[in-house]
Ligand binder design. Structure first.
Ligand code: NAP
Length: 316
């Protein structure tokens, strides 16, 4: 059957479009593919809404002049896609075979076939790789202020990084923490001017410049951080109950290794139609975007990828 939601043969159902990921790119691709009557199947992975859902407040997505909660926006994206027939599958994809069409997609519990695939698996926070980081994960070490900030009410926290994430999350943490010390390896921030101004004007925030964290010390939980000044080589120890790391991201591409082309930084290579090196496989959002990384750009890429996938399918 062609022209309805999917194609079937005796043995297998072949989905028109399978989408991996439910961040802004995945749910926007889902909305567009659903409105093209393709009944896309979307695998959620572990985090519905992607990183956007972990953001406390989004102030730069058009249409929300007063800002919108990250979780709330993700929820609206999901409702919008489902309203037109997108189907969410609460499962994680463990393996894909892109060597021939239909593509094979394996999850923990099942196997699926797809005519076209849209990869929107996003990116994960980078780790520092210093002693104590693994040991105190969930016991003071965190990569998400929105998720864990509440645990640091009336406590002292340290934030590492000098980009928008470190500033935004550092400002957010001042709701709970008594002090937020932002450790940056240079003496100039990478983050946007508006966030820099907000951070500089926040009485709870202090910057420690030209410094890197060398070790996280503690007992049951984090107690102190060993720092090194990269200019003078001087070491120091500061007391902290929480340690938040915001030093960029790595794209989630493990299951596609050796099946697609990647750029030098490991992001999936796409052409201007969001087509990857394998015909029928598209990518959108942070898994292929080391530059813009905004909710609106990811959503736009997802929509474009779905339009392109639709054009590839017969009878659409
Ligand atoms: P980012 O812009 O890449 O910044 C990472 C920061 O971590 C940089 O300051 C970098 O230092 C530092 N860093 C990297 N590796 C380090 C290491 N091993 N040790 C110590 N410091 C290290 O990442 P991001 O802040 O996550 O932002 C990513 C993108 O998302 C950006 O395009 C940003 O604009 C966007 N974003 C936007 C918003 C918003 O619009 N509200 C919010 C969050 C993120 P150097 O500066 O020395 O390289």
């Amino acid at each position: 059957m062609i022209g309805g939601s999917m194609v079937s043969d005796e043995k297998n159902t072949i989905e028109n479009v399978i989408i991996l990921g439910t961040g802004p790119a995945g749910l926007s691709a889902g909305l567009y593919a659903a409105r093209a009557d393709l009944a896309p199947l979307i695998f959620t992975g572990t985090q519905i809404g992607g990183q956007a859902a972990l953001t406390d407040r989004i102030e730069n997505y058009p249409g929300f002049p007063d800002g919108v909660g990250g979780n709330e926006l993700a929820d609206l994206f999901q409702k919008n896609a489902e309203k037109f027939g997108a189907r969410l599958e609460y499962d994680t994809v463990t393996k894909v075979d892109l060597s021939s069409r239909p593509f094979k997609i394996k999850t923990y519990s099942n196997e699926f076939n797809a005519q076209t695939l849209i990869i929107t698996t996003g990116a994960s926070p980078n780790k520092l790789g210093i002693p104590g980081e693994e040991e105190f994960l969930g016991k003071g070490v965190s990569y998400c202020a929105t998720c864990d900030g509440w645990f640091f009410k009336d406590k002292a926290v340290v934030v590492v990084g000098g980009g928008d994430s470190a500033l935004e999350e550092g400002i957010f943490l001042t709701r709970y923490a008594t002090t937020v010390k932002i450790i940056h390896r240079r003496d100039e921030l990478r983050g946007s001017k508006i966030l820099q101004e907000r951070a500089f004007n926040n009485p709870k925030i202090e910057f420690i410049w030209n410094s890197v964290a060398k070790e996280i010390k503690g007992n049951e939980g984090v107690q102190s951080i060993m720092l090194e000044n990269v200019k003078t080589g001087e070491s120091s120890e500061i007391q902290a109950d929480g340690f938040f790391v915001f030093i960029g991201h790595t794209p989630n591409t493990q299951i596609f290794q050796s099946q697609l082309d990647f750029d030098a930084k490991g992001y999936i290579q796409v052409n201007r139609n969001y087509h990857t090196s394998v015909p029928g496989v598209f990518a959108a959002g942070e898994v292929c975007d080391p530059v813009y990384r905004q909710v609106i750009t990811s959503a736009g890429m997802g929509a474009a990828a779905a339009i392109e996938a639709t054009r590839l399918l017969p009878n659409y």
